[in-house]
Design a protein around this ligand. Structure first.
Ligand code: GLG
Length: 841
């Protein structure tokens, strides 16, 4: 390509192509240029938001230079690429991350100080990119960071929601949802108006034989919506690689809007069409671990899958390779079942549009896709009704039926006597109406299926996907335990701890190879080191206490034990167990003499998290936490001994303040329900202890850091089913200590007792599905052990350091390498040369 461009043009281009700033002066010059020209502000009206914008634009320019080079390098290398399809990318803020990843935070800090700003204030101006609900979306964001850091040629594909996850306010103890319009000023995206895909909905399928005697299938007369690409640069840490996250935005297809209706005088209805089309990418569905079969959601899914697949196929076709080489060039990972239609769409492209035979196409499809399952909760497993798909995507329904038919025929051949098996593994559930089981389709259309922690991966094989293990054998199913990026979750969120670690082990290499943390272990008895370790934790607690002071208006004692549970509010995550435990503690304090109270360890119980707007029980839990806080926090008998804080609007940027400040964090789901959990990893990596059940990744964390460094309690996953059974058929009695807690609530201690009736009756009368009562004793006893352990600060700090030293396994870099080796079959790109060039210039 390059040789076709005349020498003089190349020279001119090279002479003027931007190099990106590296010094303080260059940074200031870039930032001021953007503030004065791009933003039309001046020295006299540059507020913090403008300074943020100028800084962000300067860094964006810098990233995009590397982004361009990365894309060129990846095209030339012509290697296999990975495409990560996720409806959620919970990115949080980009500026701090970009500054750290390109190694210019100190440059920016000094430059901003020159211009009269504190870097912390500037960073805090940024609106979180909150295109996700919880763990699943944040995992996708950590994965992007790791893929770029490890120099994989990998793209993310998602939707550019105009509204991310709602903003949460608490009014009179109740959650209120406020729309999160975040696109007013977003310097981190590049609209690519030249990159678009027309996506079709509705219509009908025309099958006929053409003049040459060939069977033609054509999907006709549908409604067309255009997908436009918005690209978000994803910088790796300490590498020239900047990968791409491509988000699709929907608008009415231009042809339709401008001419047909407009000319025939239907201006208003044309505008209405336009708005209807834009609705597709308007809003993120705010449910975590819950699926509601809404047509608009299915439209989102297909819109995004179709746009992404056509983009991927277009790129592949440029290489002029044979179709049989497709899966040597392309790997696609499905983040949960949300993108399962991509399987059907690729089959449709290959058969209907490219003219391949069914079998040939299907071989390509199944060797391209991998599917990650994130949950065994039945209410979260996606099913779409057949009539809905028939109407919206008539051709896709035919293809699904054909996939199912062929699959069932192959099963029947192998298990001729097992009629029931066919019904159980069929993609179509024979209900009224019939339903398409998306997880089954995802399994059948992929070459690998993985769970996200060992226990979870075992559970899917023995429960929800048991029959598929029988059909395919166990090797199709595998485990990749989740991880987190240490760049954001240690270096960025806890810079002082990161610095202390680097000073002890000689460099920041551990941020790229987290197993190097094990070099800390020899220092567990180093007095000076332990003192600094403890000081940093304390400083982080002071910082959180200040945050509580400014947002809630009251003070908490940073010397108290900080006990934190922040995550989506869900019955299976059992925030109710936590708040009942708090009430139990409150009652104990009330009944003590002043002498006894003196022996207690003061505690601050911090809660945070959003409830899905339609999840009434979760909202009731939030209400109770807030009401308990109102009473406890102003009770003079209690004082500093107990404070209950509900932090509003928990999100990624708040997590960066909260996580480093914990002494104890709670990961207390009913055993067998939390697939992995990832905040458990974040808290331990920041020197906090865990109280947890033997669930999800808690089990592997225990194995790595040692049983003596974690506070485990509760029933085991293998016993849960029997216990539930016993609740319904045995002589089931609620734990007497818990009954006292309920009596306390019923007396109206925390206001209107009726408001919390459902929470209590769920346990007392309706079988206690999540086993709150069964685990209550063990939970409270373990909390007492924690109080005792906390009194010995020296031993506590030893545990803290030892745990951090042993957390190397939980980096998302390790996960990405595992996916690359065992599922995607891709290799990182060599960037040594690029690094050298960079070092020379
Ligand atoms: C899921 C699970 C979590 C898991 C996360 C990432 O509930 O346990 O850690 O995905 O795999 N919906 C989720 O957040």
């Amino acid at each position: 390509v390059e040789s076709s461009i005349p020498e003089h043009m190349r020279e001119a281009w090279k002479k003027f192509s931007p190099k990106g700033f590296t010094t303080k002066d260059e940074f200031e010059s870039e930032a001021v240029k953007h503030i004065e020209t791009t933003l039309a502000r001046s020295l006299f009206n540059c507020d913090e938001l403008a300074a943020y914008s100028g800084t962000a634009l300067a860094f964006r320019d810098r990233l995009i230079i590397d982004w361009n080079k990365t894309q060129q390098r990846q095209s030339f290398a012509d290697q296999k690429r990975l495409y990560y399809l996720s409806l959620e990318f919970l990115m949080g803020r980009a500026l701090d991350n970009a500054m750290l990843n390109v190694g210019l935070k100190n440059v920016a800090k000094d430059g901003l100080a020159d211009l009269g700003f504190r870097i912390e204030d500037i960073i805090a101006q940024e609106h979180d990119a909150a295109l996700g609900n919880g763990g699943l979306g944040r995992l996708a964001a950590c994965f992007l960071d790791s893929m770029a850091t490890l120099n994989y040629a990998a793209w993310g594909y998602g939707l550019r929601y105009r509204y991310g996850i709602f903003k949460q306010e608490i009014q009179d103890g109740y959650q209120v949802e406020i729309p999160d319009y975040w696109l007013d000023f977003n310097p981190w995206e590049f609209p690519r108006h030249d990159v678009s895909v027309d996506v079709q909905f509705y219509g009908w399928v025309n099958k006929y034989t053409n003049d040459e005697g060939k069977q033609i299938v054509s999907w006709q007369d549908g409604e067309i919506v255009t997908a436009t690409a918005y690209d978000v640069p994803v910088p790796g840490y300490g590498t020239p690689t900047v990968n791409n996250l491509r988000l699709w935005s929907s608008k009415a297809s231009s042809g339709e809007f401008d001419f047909a209706k407009f000319n025939s005088g239907e201006y208003e209805s044309a505008v209405a069409d336009e708005q209807r089309a834009e609705t597709i990418s308007a809003v993120l569905y705010p449910n975590d671990n819950l699926e509601r079969g809404k047509e608009l959601r299915l439209k989102q899914q297909y819109f995004w899958c179709a746009a992404s697949l056509h983009d991927i196929v277009r790129r592949f076709k440029k290489s002029k390779r044979k179709w049989s080489e497709f899966s040597d060039q392309v790997a696609i990972q499905l983040n949960d079942t949300h993108p399962t239609l991509a399987i059907v769409e690729l089959q449709r492209i290959l058969v209907d549009m490219e003219g391949l035979g069914w079998d040939e196409a299907w071989t390509i499809v199944t060797s391209t896709f991998g599917y990650t399952n994130h949950t065994v909760l039945p209410e979260a497993l996606e099913k779409w009704s057949v009539p809905l798909i028939q109407n919206l995507l008539p051709r896709h329904l035919q293809i699904i039926y054909e996939i199912n038919l062929q699959f069932l025929q192959s099963v029947e051949k192998r298990f001729p006597k097992d009629r029931d098996l066919l019904g159980r593994v069929s993609i179509i559930e024979e209900s009224q109406p019939k339903m398409v089981r998306m997880a089954y389709l995802a399994i059948i259309g992929s070459h690998k299926v993985n769970g996200v922690a060992e226990l979870h991966s075992d559970l899917i094989k023995t429960t929800i996907f048991k029959d598929f293990v029988k059909v395919y054998g166990p090797d199709k199913f595998t485990n990749v335990t989740n991880g987190i990026t240490p760049r954001r979750w240690l270096h960025q969120a806890n810079p002082r701890l990161s610095e202390l670690i680097a000073s002890k082990i000689g460099s920041y290499e551990f941020l790229k190879d987290l197993t190097l943390l094990n070099k800390l272990e020899p220092f567990v008895d180093d007095k000076e080191f332990k003192k600094e370790w403890a000081e940093i934790k304390y400083a982080n607690k002071v910082r959180l206490a200040q945050h509580i002071q400014t947002t809630k208006g009251y003070s908490v004692n940073p010397k108290a034990l900080f006990d934190i549970q922040v995550k989506r509010i869900h019955e299976y995550k059992r925030q109710q167990l936590n708040i009942f435990g708090v009430i139990h503690r409150y009652m104990a304090i009330k009944s003590m003499s002043p002498e006894e109270r003196k022996k207690l360890v003061p505690r601050v119980s911090v809660f945070g998290g959003k409830a899905a707007p339609g999840y009434w029980m979760a909202k009731t839990i939030i209400h109770l936490i807030n009401k308990v806080g109102e009473v406890v926090n102003k009770d003079p008998d209690v004082g500093d001994l107990l404070k209950v804080v509900f932090l509003e609007d928990y999100n990624v940027s708040k997590a960066e303040i909260i996580v480093p400040a914990s002494d104890i964090s709670e990961h207390i789901s009913t055993a067998g329900t939390e697939a992995s959990g990832t905040s458990n990893m974040k808290f331990v990596l920041n020197g906090g202890m865990i109280i947890g059940t033997l669930d999800g990744a808690n089990i592997e964390i225990t194995r790595e850091i040692g049983e003596q460094n974690i506070f485990l309690f509760g029933n085991l996953s293998e016993d849960v089913e029997d216990l539930r059974h016993h609740h319904f058929y045995g002589d089931y009695k609620v734990n007497p200590e818990l009954v006292k807690v309920f009596d306390c609530i019923k007396k109206g201690t925390f206001g209107d007792e009726g408001a919390f009736g459902a929470l209590i009756s769920g346990i007392v009368e309706h079988g206690d599905y999540y086993l709150v009562s069964d685990d209550f004793n063990s939970y409270c006893q373990t909390q007492d052990l924690i109080d005792e352990a906390y009194k010995d600060q020296d031993a506590w700090v030893t545990k803290s350091i030892t745990s951090v030293a042993r957390m190397g396994f939980f980096t998302s870099d390790r996960c990405i390498n595992e996916y690359a080796d065992t599922i995607w079959n891709i290799e990182p790109l060599d960037v040594a040369e690029e690094k050298e060039v960079r070092a020379r210039t």
